[in-house]
Design a binder for this molecule. Structure first.
Ligand SMILES: [Zn+2]
Length: 244
């Protein structure tokens, strides 16, 4: 083997090790975000962008309220994500690369833009993380968009959606995330309210126990149709007919 080939292989191996190390650090929550982005670490697993002491305290308080709110619906939290609260859209964009107001990444990271500094947004993203943390990587793929998003709206108690009644509408429980997000771009209020209406009748009866049962069944290998179709069908019959 030539000297050049040896150097190339060594560099490739070193890069692969570096990529794996970064991925592991991100997943475990030990990645030093403040070294790479314009944020500061204010407590373990919590970062904010240039905020004063009062602002930091308010962010920590909001996170605590959001955690309590989600736990009230799904029981003691099992997730412990890293939180990054941005005060500028540049900060949010650099970290997430998307144009949403807030994002959850798997079971390990929540990033919030300046347009989402409220308990409702924090609780919404936290539900996504909590669901991911309770399901295996194959089980999470069985969860339709309407269930994940509808449950996030439900537990966030976001008055923008919970105060809207959808009973007169033709209920559309959107399965795929691509379609869900493209509908959000057109009319986010209706899309999120619809998702809430797909989940709420079931959760009203099943509650935390029903939620845990679904988690267990999915982790045991149950498929999307057998778990979620009865919930969707019940919501649609609950919604009744559109007005004549
Ligand atoms: Zn969401």
């Amino acid at each position: 083997m030539s000297r050049l080939a040896l150097i190339s292989i060594s560099v490739a191996v070193a890069l692969a090790v570096l990529v794996v190390a970064i991925a592991l650090a991100v997943k475990s929550g030990s990645f030093p975000y403040h070294w790479f982005f314009d944020v500061q670490k204010i407590s373990p697993r919590k970062y904010v962008q240039s905020s004063d002491a009062d602002g930091n305290a308010a962010h920590l308080r909001n996170i605590g309220v959001a955690q309590a709110r989600v736990a009230r619906y799904v029981g003691p939290l099992r997730s412990d994500p890293v939180w990054i609260i941005c005060n500028s859209s540049e900060c949010y964009w650099e970290i997430t690369g998307n144009g949403f107001k807030a994002s959850a990444f798997g079971s390990f990271l929540i990033v919030v833009s300046p347009r989402a500094h409220s308990v409702e947004f924090l609780a919404h993203e936290l539900l996504h993380v909590e669901l991911s943390s309770r399901l295996s990587s194959s089980a999470i793929k069985q969860v339709p968009a309407w269930f994940n998003e509808g449950l996030a709206v439900l537990v966030s108690e976001d008055p923008r959606f919970t105060s809207r009644t959808q009973s007169w509408q033709r209920l559309n429980c959107i399965e795929e995330y691509d379609e869900f997000f493209s509908q959000i771009a057109k009319d986010y209020e209706t899309t999120y309210s619809m998702a809430l209406s797909c989940v709420a009748p079931w959760f009203g009866k099943a509650g935390e126990g029903g939620f845990s049962k679904i988690i267990d069944l999915l982790n045991a290998g149950a498929k999307r149709f057998e778990i979620f179709e009865p919930i969707r069908a019940n919501a649609i019959s609950n919604a009744g007919n559109p007005p004549q």
